[in-house]
Ligand binder design. Structure first.
Ligand SMILES: *Cc1c(COP(=O)(O)O)cnc(C)c1O
Length: 386
């Protein structure tokens, strides 16, 4: 079986893990955590980075630091990995689910602009932004950098300033990417999150990080994610979290980050090889690759055209029989049990998109021979089922 996306651990991972064991620094402080944070800050273009136990926990704590709390609404695209939405619920708030742009498969700035204009008002007592129909406070925007493609952030940032909303960006798979030539960790969001889960381009076995250019926000985030302790005598001044990354995770993460630019180059090559192989087919298209980004090509694959509507499952089955691990992509939040009643825009684009996304093997250790096998099998499956 050619796997979809597996870690590439050919660097100094084992050596660094040995160092952890030898030094007994295996827990949530240690030199690798500090080194990891410095490397993430550098790779993201942000001033400050704080490592966490997961991307999900980083989002949760970031929302809390931004003042998101009980019964608030946070704007988020429905087409995302469930963690973006779960983090909002963990903070006691509710997702306000938005349809996506067909050009980026993530938050559509024009839709956010028109919806905020039509469906919100300012509360006279406290000047808070209120979703008129529900009476709930709108407390933030959580854009997602789907597939490692940064969202169109300039108009989102302008809207956030206009409506005085913090931005907590889910850039889980977008480390090392750029938007209009600027590194994605320094676009003006209050917080930008990266994930180091096993299937991301660089992994720490599990883990996350938040980056920000705001010194105070960074310090508060660090305080909150490390039990909010204020003294050696077990004094705590807030309801804190134990969301720290361990030195073991950071050791793997550091070894991976040493190869970030190489991994990104390979991911791009893989995507381009698929792109060339299927360029002549008019019944499928590529994943979004907007002109304003240098993206991460986290996943490669195909967007199935109308000829294959309702056939994606059959295509995947045929590929799996041929030894190719092809998979569906995220099922949107508005179709999930806990969020089916959430406040939501129309989901025209999301509903047309999600079922027709076919992800294909794109590990950084995929060999050219393996990729040729994938291309052959996919071409055959498409021919058989069209
Ligand atoms: C991977 C991913 C996450 C979750 O990160 P974890 O580190 O697994 O908690 C969140 N959002 C998106 C969009 C992701 O792709």
């Amino acid at each position: 079986m050619i796997p979809l996306a597996v870690p590439n651990l050919a660097g100094r991972e084992a050596e660094y893990l040995q160092e952890c064991i030898a030094s007994t620094f295996v827990s949530s402080v240690g030199p690798f955590v500090d080194r990891f944070e410095a490397m993430v800050a550098k790779a993201s273009g942000a001033r400050y980075a704080v490592a966490t136990s997961a991307g999900t926990t980083a989002l949760h704590a970031a929302l809390v630091v931004c003042g998101v709390g009980r019964d608030d609404l946070v704007i988020v695209p429905s087409f995302t990995f469930i963690a973006s939405v779960a983090a909002i619920a963990h903070a006691g708030a509710e997702p306000w689910l938005f349809d996506i742009s067909p050009d980026t498969w993530t938050i559509d700035p024009a839709l956010v602009a028109s919806t905020l204009a039509e469906e919100t008002c300012r509360r006279s007592e406290d000047d808070e932004l209120i979703h008129t129909k529900s009476g709930k406070r709108v407390a933030g925007i959580l854009p997602v950098y789907t597939l490692g493609v940064p969202a169109d952030m300039d108009p989102i940032i302008a809207l956030a300033r206009e409506y005085r909303l913090p931005i907590i960006a889910d850039a889980a798979a977008a480390l090392g990417t750029k938007y209009k030539g600027r590194p994605t960790g320094a676009l003006g969001a209050e917080f930008t999150m990266f994930s180091f889960n096993g299937n991301k381009t660089v992994t720490a076995g599990g883990g996350g990080a938040i980056v920000t250019d705001d010194k105070k926000l960074a310090a508060l985030f660090r305080h909150l994610t490390t039990t909010a302790r204020i003294s050696q005598e077990y004094d705590h001044d807030m309801v804190g979290f134990n969301y720290r990354m361990t030195n073991l995770q950071a050791a793997v993460g550091c070894a991976q980050l040493e190869n970030l630019s190489q991994f990104l180059a390979i991911k791009k090559q893989i995507a381009q090889a698929y792109s060339r192989a299927f360029a002549s087919r008019h019944d499928v298209s590529e994943f979004p690759n907007p002109h304003f980004v240098e993206q991460g090509f986290w996943f490669s694959g195909l967007f199935l055209g109308p000829a294959f509507f309702n056939k994606s499952e059959a295509i995947r089955k045929q590929l799996v029989l041929a030894g190719i691990d092809a998979r569906p992509f995220w099922k949107p939040a508005h179709l999930q049990i806990p969020y089916s009643q959430s406040i939501a825009t129309s989901m025209k684009v999301t509903n047309m998109t999600w079922q027709n996304v076919l992800t294909l093997p794109c590990s950084t250790n995929l060999t050219p021979d393996e990729q040729s096998r994938v291309i052959e099998a996919v071409s055959k499956a498409l021919d058989d089922l069209s």
